[in-house]
Design a protein around this ligand. Structure first.
Ligand code: B4P
Length: 182
């Protein structure tokens, strides 16, 4: 069974949805950088104030800030984990590799949720979060293509990448995910 898993994919592919289910089923720590950042915004912390405007534009919050959040959580945890929405660029992926070497907890599998842009936009518009209007969604897709997509080659070259078809119902996708993580 795979216990250290990373979810990769465009905004709206269902990373959060699938990660939450899998983490509950397997009793893994679910670390969503998006959720953690939204919690900081809600709490009005200094960190949240810094992140709020960046997220509202659909851009990426600074690497240092996100890394500090992830390090803090992983250092305090023993056992399996599931990272959702992190890393989002090559600098974050390289920093994560170093952190996990330090913690002696290498990634076992990177699940790439694949879905086309029309379906992504449809899902995000119906979710209706503050950063889910069409202009911001299109910007998030551009940011994904420019900054996050290079991670596909990054993890493929390390033999960790497993593509998963993210079309269809939440249950159908969950079954595909369960089949690949064993
Ligand atoms: P995230 O919170 O990671 O959000 P996301 O990529 O938009 O969503 P996800 O793919 O998890 O989709 P979900 O399951 O919700 O990021 C938000 C922002 O935070 C970023 O833009 C950035 O500013 C910042 N951020 C986060 N991490 C960062 C990092 N590492 N570095 C820098 N900045 C960072 O699903 C979407 C919708 O579809 C939901 O409504 C869901 O119910 C629905 N859905 C899911 N599966 C479905 C299905 N099979 N059929 C129909 N609907 C479905």
């Amino acid at each position: 069974m795979t216990n250290r898993i990373l979810f990769l994919g465009p905004p709206g592919a269902g990373k959060g949805t699938q990660a939450e289910r899998l983490a509950a089923d397997r009793e893994l720590l679910h670390l969503s950088t998006g959720e953690l950042l939204r919690a900081e915004v809600k709490a009005g912390s200094t960190l949240g104030q810094e992140a709020e405007a960046v997220m509202a534009r659909g851009e990426l919050v600074s690497d240092a800030l996100v890394l500090a959040i992830v390090r803090h959580r992983l250092e305090a945890h023993t056992g399996g984990w599931l990272l959702d929405g992190f890393p989002r660029n090559v600098a974050q992926a390289e920093a994560l590799t170093l952190l996990l070497e330090e913690l002696q907890q290498p990634i076992e599998s990177v699940l790439l949720l694949e879905l086309d842009d029309d379906e992504l936009i449809k899902r995000l518009l119906s979710r209706g979060r503050d950063d889910d209007n069409e202009a911001v969604i299109r910007n998030r897709l551009v940011v994904y293509q420019e900054q996050t997509e290079p991670l596909i080659a990054f993890y493929r070259s390390r033999n960790l990448l497993v593509p998963v078809d993210a079309t269809g119902s939440i249950d159908a996708i969950a079954q595909r995910v369960a089949a690949v993580v064993g």
